[in-house]
Design a protein around this ligand. Structure first.
Ligand code: APR
Ligand code: ZN
Length: 237
């Protein structure tokens, strides 16, 4: 991957960047929670049917993410951002805060954030690290009394700020995708949009993603090994 002096880099990350911090990916082995598939707990239908189950799942994920630390992949992305400044944009599908804790500033969480809750009935949005694990302690909105839900984009819901994402992607000279299976849209389609616009695209991860054929280059390996190598190569940009 070559970046000229003024080139912008758009990075898309998925669960694979946090895998080496000990957070389970969705589709790998261990991608189950108490025997449930993610699709059974991360949907508006699941929330409708059993909010206590959904809160138990996200409480567990809050606990695990809070106990995890950023790894060399998160840190290397923060170093690349440090060099590129405003020419860097990181769009993550991850809801953990490990990119921020590694020092990334220009991060957009397209699938929401684990440590925020929002009201179902009004625009109330709040930072929230609490765990809600019993039926009778489920949180309510202090403003309107409706249920508070995790601020997560579930299957069937629209990711946050797609317009801003496409504006950044369209302005980029290169797309770097790290640690995502390429099976969940719209994120899995970013590479196809990049190809249509003539933007070079590279994938990093231990396995070929489902949308592999669209990439110009695929580097098979763990993100903590491949990202530092890439940083060496692109130098000061
Ligand atoms: N370094 C880089 N990539 C890795 C590593 C690693 N050390 N370990 C695993 N991976 C890769 C796997 O090869 C796989 O391609 O991470 C990817 C994880 O894929 P998924 O579990 O499908 O996660 P992701 O693509 O982020 O899921 C997308 O689906 O469930 C929804 O909203 C959820 O944001 C999530 C979305
Ligand atoms: Zn409310």
């Amino acid at each position: 991957m070559k970046l000229a002096q003024r080139d912008r880099l758009f990075v898309l990350t998925g669960a694979g960047v946090s895998a080496e911090s000990g957070l389970a990916t969705f589709r790998g082995s261990g991608g189950l929670w108490n025997g449930y598939r993610v699709e059974q707990v991360a949907t508006p239908e699941a929330w409708e049917a059993d909010p206590a189950l959904v809160w138990r799942f996200y409480s567990m994920r809050r606990r695990e993410a809070a106990a995890a630390s950023p790894n060399a992949a998160h840190r290397t992305l923060a170093r690349i951002e440090n060099r590129l400044g405003d020419r860097f944009f990181l769009c993550t599908q991850n809801v953990d805060d490990l990119h921020e804790r590694a020092g990334s500033l220009r991060v957009h969480h397209m699938h929401g954030s684990l440590f925020q809750s929002r009201c179902e009935g009004c625009p109330f949005l709040v930072a929230d690290t609490a765990c809600y694990e019993s039926e009778d302690s489920l949180p309510r909105c202090p403003r309107c009394g409706s249920s508070l839900r995790p601020r997560i984009v579930w299957f069937g819901e629209i990711p946050l700020d797609m317009e801003g994402i496409y504006r950044r992607l369209d302005a980029a000279a290169a797309l770097l995708v790290v640690g995502t299976s390429g099976s969940v849209y719209p994120a899995a389609g970013f590479v196809h949009r990049a190809v249509a616009l003539g933007i070079g695209a590279m994938y990093i991860g231990p396995e070929s993603p489902a949308n592999a054929e669209a990439f110009d280059e695929i580097r098979l390996g763990p993100a903590t090994r491949e990202l530092p190598r890439l940083l060496e190569e692109i130098g000061a940009g």
